[in-house]
Ligand binder design. Sequence first.
Ligand SMILES: *[C@@H]1O[C@H](CO)[C@@H](O)[C@H](O)[C@H]1NC(C)=O
Ligand SMILES: *[C@@H]1O[C@H](CO)[C@@H](O)[C@H](O)[C@H]1NC(C)=O
Ligand SMILES: *[C@@H]1O[C@H](CO)[C@@H](O)[C@H](O)[C@H]1NC(C)=O
Ligand SMILES: *[C@@H]1O[C@H](CO)[C@@H](O)[C@H](O)[C@H]1NC(C)=O
Ligand SMILES: *[C@@H]1O[C@H](CO)[C@@H](O)[C@H](O)[C@H]1NC(C)=O
Ligand SMILES: *[C@@H]1O[C@H](CO)[C@@H](O)[C@H](O)[C@H]1NC(C)=O
Length: 262
Amino acid sequence: MDFLLGLLFTLLFVSDSKLVHSVNTTIMDSALLLCRTSEKITDLRNLRFYWQDDRKKVLYSFNKGEEMPGHISDRYLKRVSAFPQDMITGNISVLLNNLTLEDNGRIFEAYTTVFTGSETTILQTTQVCQINLYVTVPYKDIRLAVHTDTMTSVCTVHGGFPAPEIYWTAHHNGSESLVDPRDVHTTTAQDPESLLYTSSSTLHIPAGPHQALTCLCHNPTLNATLNTTYTLSKGAAVWSLPGRSAGLTVAAALLLTALQQL
Ligand SMILES: *[C@@H]1O[C@H](CO)[C@@H](O)[C@H](O)[C@H]1NC(C)=O
Ligand SMILES: *[C@@H]1O[C@H](CO)[C@@H](O)[C@H](O)[C@H]1NC(C)=O
Ligand SMILES: *[C@@H]1O[C@H](CO)[C@@H](O)[C@H](O)[C@H]1NC(C)=O
Ligand SMILES: *[C@@H]1O[C@H](CO)[C@@H](O)[C@H](O)[C@H]1NC(C)=O
Ligand SMILES: *[C@@H]1O[C@H](CO)[C@@H](O)[C@H](O)[C@H]1NC(C)=O
Ligand SMILES: *[C@@H]1O[C@H](CO)[C@@H](O)[C@H](O)[C@H]1NC(C)=O
């Protein structure tokens, strides 16, 4: 059951009988839409439940002991499996397979009806769970290039989803501090077909006794950060920049050729 790996599961809040979760997972992976009804089920023939998305497309439908494949939207047909052995305990979770970016941001809701025996009772259908699904394509590679002629450092990532959050840190005397965002210019573009992002962040290397620069790329859905660092080989040195528009100085050129990637 390696679909559970990489699955981040958060309980946001519980209100009345409705449970709201968010599931963050990766493309091609599966998402376990966890849900449990508190109603007592003694016989599966007394249980009716269904899952639908925020466009009211049905993922899964179960009625009185039987699956109802005819009700399922084409979008979800053959991608959803249930756990009949767990239903008697009120566990009406389903597994959504082969996730694509089209599933990203969807909201899934589970509704149940429990028959109590007496045919005259007015039946109530209640929403028991809501799950917000976020699908990511992780960024794999982060590249850093230094341009000595413009005193800039360019960091690029590509082929990921959602848009990355890029930021920089400078290392000085054993401590690391965030680079002023005013020294950074980041552009991000999305491929209209694959929906994947490419992002390029340019840092105007500020003057100062930096020993290294790190570019960090945060994926908000994975809550994971990639990073890459350039280090000066000879400890503390001072990049003196007379001004932003200043051209290349010999000192800066010598220093920057001493940069090396870790
Ligand atoms: C519900 O069933 C699923 C599938 O068997 C299982 O992974 C999950 O832990 C169960 N949840 C509870 C609360 O029993
Ligand atoms: C889901 O993914 C599996 C494994 O990659 C593949 O064998 C299967 O055909 C896919 N199913 C659908 C409905 O795309
Ligand atoms: C570097 O840090 C150490 C303590 O961590 C401090 O004693 C020293 O003065 C610092 N040097 C400079 C140049 O800031
Ligand atoms: C799940 O992804 C959403 C959207 O990117 C994000 O806002 C949320 O913080 C993520 N949750 C976790 C637990 O990482
Ligand atoms: C993201 O991960 C950090 C630890 O790496 C954690 O402190 C933070 O709460 C997480 N954020 C979310 C939204 O889960
Ligand atoms: C940078 O990436 C390395 C793995 O390549 C990781 O061990 C380290 O914790 C990361 N640092 C930060 C600040 O994210």
